[in-house]
Write a protein that binds this ligand. Sequence first.
Ligand code: HEC
Ligand code: HEC
Ligand code: HEC
Ligand code: HEC
Length: 121
Amino acid sequence: MTSKKDLQIASLLAVVLFITGITCYAAFPPPAPEEPVRLMFQNAAGKVLFTHAVHSQDYDLSCLDCHHNIEDDEVYSCKECHQATGDESMPSRTDAFHAQCIGCHKEKGAGPVECNSCHAL
Ligand code: HEC
Ligand code: HEC
Ligand code: HEC
Ligand code: HEC
């Protein structure tokens, strides 16, 4: 038997399910591209620990602030382009890192700028 009341309950249920659906969709955004949690750079001056996930999630930065080369949502490692030795058109790997890491820390007045506060390990 389909009374008017049954119909009202059915449409109320439909509305509730619809709202639940939207809420769940909004609560679980599509997965972001895989990013490293932290990276350890080995080098002659002393290892540098880079908290990648903390930088991208807690410091209010966008991927493009560092991955200035992104094309078609692809993220390349810096060394794809910045080789051990650079030239006028392409900074070396070390120069690229120093310019970007220290440059931003100075600009924001936050984060290490002294040699041994990065080369700490
Ligand atoms: C503060 C700078 C910074 C931010 C912000 C940042 N990254 Fe990175 N990311 C780096 C550096 C530096 C590396 C190491 C590259 C290397 O070793 O040559 C890296 C490495 C990566 C790699 C590994 C690449 C490879 O093939 O080795 C991926 C993937 C990546 N980042 C994705 C992301 C995504 C996605 C975001 C945004 C959510 C992001 N990154 C935000 C600096 C950053
Ligand atoms: C696909 C090639 C490519 C990749 C990958 C790449 N770069 Fe570059 N980068 C360049 C080129 C070309 C230049 C010089 C022209 C320019 O300034 O855009 C440059 C210039 C720079 C400069 C000089 C300042 C500036 O923006 O002009 C810095 C610093 C830098 N890159 C850092 C990085 C870091 C750090 C990464 C990795 C997170 C990275 N780059 C990845 C191609 C690349
Ligand atoms: C676009 C801006 C930006 C770039 C690029 C960047 N940082 Fe930072 N970094 C920050 C900010 C903002 C902080 C936070 C300082 C605070 O809140 O105390 C920080 C903090 C840090 C800290 C101390 C806290 C922690 O999370 O470990 C280290 C170490 C550090 N950065 C290393 C690096 C290295 C190494 C690079 C280059 C590979 C780099 N950063 C590139 C913005 C940047
Ligand atoms: C914000 C963090 C940071 C600061 C501050 C910093 N460095 Fe670095 N340094 C790096 C990173 C990241 C690399 C790149 C490591 C790699 O290529 O894997 C690097 C690379 C180097 C290298 C290259 C070693 C090799 O294997 O070729 C030398 C030398 C160096 N740094 C010396 C210094 C000196 C001297 C200072 C102070 C004037 C300094 N750094 C300040 C992060 C930093």
